[in-house]
Design a protein around this ligand. Structure first.
Ligand SMILES: Nc1ncnc2c1ncn2[C@@H]1O[C@H](COP(=O)(O)OP(=O)(O)OP(=O)(O)O)[C@@H](O)[C@H]1O
Length: 261
């Protein structure tokens, strides 16, 4: 696949952002679930930015607010206070319909469960969202994706005929098919063995390096963080640390320090 400059969003989308600009960000993000004695402050004044064409990990102990942060920045959940932005659009100003449209056109999702449609082929799964939106896939982009996924000979298979790792590669290709501005991955390797997990992480790394994608991944796994450009650490709903060019060793050290702190 040819190397390319940072991927402009799909032709229907907004103008490309300058290099280093934040594709998505949260400013003073606070999320409280419930009320009164049982209220849970899942996010407590979080300010973070996810720069374009970077692979960022969100780490932290169970219950620290990782998924909540991702869901609020991706427009799947709303904040109690503060604001989340995709590009320069403040999500809190959008109607439900506008939010759905923004998610559909600008954001890709990968979840721990692969969520493929069992009756469709690999190729149909990859282009499903585009087909539903009546949009023509960008052929060169799709070819590059399919080559990167390495499933060119499986395009007419159904998900049940693939291994878990292969199914997740299809799910990642599906998330990238519409050339979203940003891809959010929630524990994408959680259901995979370390070999298949490494393949998925390598694939997302290539999507960032070669296709200019922006990827944000929630993970518990220090090994997975080694594939990313930076790691943000949450604890009790707050950002407590950030690490550039993380390695499994530096991440483990940091987790240990945070645990002792
Ligand atoms: N819908 C909800 N209603 C009430 N409380 C919630 C809801 N979703 C999350 N929480 C609470 O908010 C806090 C943060 O949860 P969140 O799922 O964001 O953490 P996490 O870091 O992603 O955890 P894990 O690693 O276990 O997935 C937790 O205390 C959780 O119990």
């Amino acid at each position: 696949m040819p190397a390319s400059s940072p991927a402009p969003p799909h032709a229907d989308g907004p103008a490309p952002l300058p290099a280093g600009a934040a594709v998505a960000r949260a400013v003073g993000a606070t999320k409280v679930y419930g009320a009164g004695d049982t209220a849970v402050r899942a996010l407590d004044d979080v300010t973070v930015a996810f720069p374009t064409s970077r692979f960022t990990a969100i780490m932290g102990p169970s219950g620290s607010g990782k998924s909540t942060l991702m869901h609020c920045v991706a427009g799947l959940d709303t904040l109690t206070a503060g604001e989340a932005y995709v590009g320069d659009v403040a999500l809190g100003t959008l109607s439900d319909r506008q939010l759905t449209l923004l998610r559909r056109t600008q954001i890709g999702f990968v979840f721990q469960a692969f969520n493929l449609v069992p009756t469709l082929t690999v190729r149909e799964n990859i282009t499903l969202a585009l087909d539903l939106a009546g949009r023509e896939p960008d052929r060169d982009w799709l070819d590059a994706l399919i080559a990167t996924v390495g499933l060119g000979d499986r395009l007419h298979h159904r998900p049940a005929e693939l291994s878990g790792g292969q199914q997740q590669r299809v799910a990642v290709a599906r998330a990238l098919a519409s050339r979203p501005r940003i891809v959010f991955a929630d524990e994408p390797t959680g259901n995979l063995d370390s070999h298949a997990g490494g393949e998925i992480l390598g694939f997302m790394r290539r999507a960032v390096d070669e296709l200019g994608q922006t990827v944000v991944m929630v993970t518990h796994d220090p090994l997975a963080t080694g594939w990313t450009d930076s790691a943000i650490f949450l604890a009790d709903g707050r950002v407590v640390d950030e690490l550039d060019a993380p390695t499994p060793d530096t991440v483990l050290d940091r987790i240990k320090q945070l645990g002792e702190g």
